[in-house]
Design a protein around this ligand. Sequence first.
Ligand SMILES: *Cc1c(COP(=O)(O)O)cnc(C)c1O
Length: 233
Amino acid sequence: MQMETNFGYIDENYKRILYEIGEAKAKYRKPDEQITFMAVTKTVAPEAVNHAIDCGISVLGENRVQEYLSKKELYSQSAQVHFIGHLQTNKVKYIIEDMALIHSVDSIKLAAEIDRHAARIGKIQDILIEVNVGEEDSKSGIPPKHVRPLLQEIAILPNIRVKGLMTIPPAGNSEKFLYQMQQLYLDISAEKLDNIDMEVLSMGMSGDYMTAIRYGSTLVRIGSALFGARHYT
Ligand SMILES: *Cc1c(COP(=O)(O)O)cnc(C)c1O
């Protein structure tokens, strides 16, 4: 049976978001700065994800190990894959080969496990530190004041390279938290810590990507604005 699938809404959404990213960039950022538009794939059918790749998406964001493993064979191979969800140490081994960047490192225990598996497969794994900028009990990530101590511990792990910071700010009034993240990112960049590069500031989702770009985001993670509202089963 032939499946009729109309992904025209993805084309429309993709074009609108790309346009808005361009507007925010023109208004707030330097012309040579690059902003990556990641497509967040949780609950989205692989065919829809591939359609987004055909539109021009080059980075996918994966939240759940099990869901990723069940979909990966069906994805077009042309996009990079990043892990953005909470990662349990015992699941690192299932995904490490595929991930260009892991955004959600929030403990030395997790970093050490990533380092161990990266060494095993002969890889230097790029990671971001996830910051719980609103210090909310419900969220993963570490409070801003714990970022430097964790960076110092991670800096000595040979198979990990820290590339920057990631955050999910509190819902609603995220602006002051996005500003706070920008300050933290710029301060750490200026300190020029050994073995720490600050190249990626991963923040901004469907509801706040324009504001996130204003405050220095280099990578926005977009799910529902691109694929439509999620339906959990
Ligand atoms: C789901 C998710 C997103 C995308 O959220 P939307 O509001 O649907 O754009 C971004 N980042 C993370 C870590 C997520 O889990």
